[in-house]
Ligand binder design. Structure first.
Ligand code: CP
Length: 320
């Protein structure tokens, strides 16, 4: 593995999940693997889970992690080739990235989409420019369209829960939920991409009309606008808001009826409820669900460490 940007960088999902579960059982089993190696974690946007879990994962491997909140503390970066930099951007990625490649053995980056121009966001220019100019392996800590470390965590969490419940082929439902502001499609795109690639579940996506996701990620899933129908006999319900993809970055319907409640959960096979966090309580997900034994959101967020550790371990083994 040279970079970790999407599921396409992975040869075998189950093997990577098993590696993460092995780290969960024995966090320090490879405590010297990353000795004298340094990872830079660049954040152009806020984060709690991704930032801390990646730092802990690196430390568990004996690796030094340096966090740089470049969005707040760094020079404003330009990403367009041949840009005339007479505006607000101060430094071109072409100049900054090779310097970062001298400082770090691995560079991890979080960017967000603008939600203004779909073609620009879906071109993944930011992450591609870092890959092109840094010269060291790149890890996505969430990009404009995908959140692969979150999705690996999600698959890992579904795997451990399925093993506990002896589920051979779980039914997984991704359901849209209301929100107060337009959010990226990254988590929903990435979850869909990973579950489809994994191929060992019955996968249903449900959302109101106008919230169709990009087919390149959802192809293979059953898609319905009938949430109740989708929830029937579900073993896992993944709750997430996203803004519109076609008429890009908008909120159309924001029907509170789409929030998951106990009544709706009764349609399921006493499903485990997942969310990537942060979550808007009683907008996206009700207190009664989040505070119930069905919610596995804390377990899921805790698993971020093991997913990150498995990925960093693979990158160290394949590149150094
Ligand atoms: N799920 C997730 O990425 O959380 P943070 O934004 O806190 O990193």
């Amino acid at each position: 593995m040279r970079n970790f940007i999407s599921v396409n960088d992975i040869k075998n999902i189950d093997q990577l999940v098993q590696k993460a579960l092995d780290y969960k059982s024995d966090p320090l089993k490879d405590k010297t693997l990353g000795i004298h190696k340094r990872i830079g974690c660049l954040f152009l946007n806020p984060s709690m889970r991704t930032r801390l879990s990646t730092q802990i994962a690196a430390q568990n491997l004996g690796m030094e992690a340096i966090v740089f909140n470049v969005g707040q503390e760094g020079w404003a970066l330009e990403f367009e080739d041949e840009a005339i930099m007479s505006g607000n951007t101060v430094e071109h990625v072409k100049d900054a990235a090779p310097v970062l490649g001298k400082y770090f053995d691995i560079l991890a980056i979080r960017t967000f989409p603008s939600l203004k121009n779909r073609e620009d966001d879906y071109s993944e220019l930011f992450i591609k420019q870092f890959i092109k100019y840094t010269g060291v392996p790149i890890v996505s800590l969430e990009s404009a369209t995908l959140h692969p470390l979150q999705s690996l965590t999600d698959v890992l969490t579904i795997t451990e829960e399925s093993q506990n419940s002896k589920l051979k082929r779980p039914k997984i439902v991704l359901t849209w939920a209301p929100h107060v502001k337009p959010l990226p499609q990254c988590v929903a795109n990435s979850f869909s991409q990973w579950i489809n690639a994994w191929g060992i579940a019955d996968f249903v996506i449900t959302h109101p009309e106008d919230y169709e996701l990009d087919e390149q990620f959802t192809k293979g899933a059953t898609i319905t606008h009938n949430q109740d129908e989708a929830l029937k006999n579900a073993d896992f319900v993944y709750v997430k808001n996203w803004s519109t993809y076609r008429d890009y970055g908008k909120i159309y319907c924001n029907d509170p009826e789409w929030m998951l409640t106990k009544e709706k959960l009764s349609l399921t096979n006493s499903a485990k409820v997942m969310h990537c966090l942060p979550v808007r309580r009683n907008v996206e997900l009700s207190d009664e669900i989040l505070d119930s034994p069905n919610s596995i959101v804390t377990q899921q967020a805790g698993n971020r460490v093991w997913a990150a550790q498995a990925v960093l371990s693979e990158l160290i083994k394949s590149n150094f």
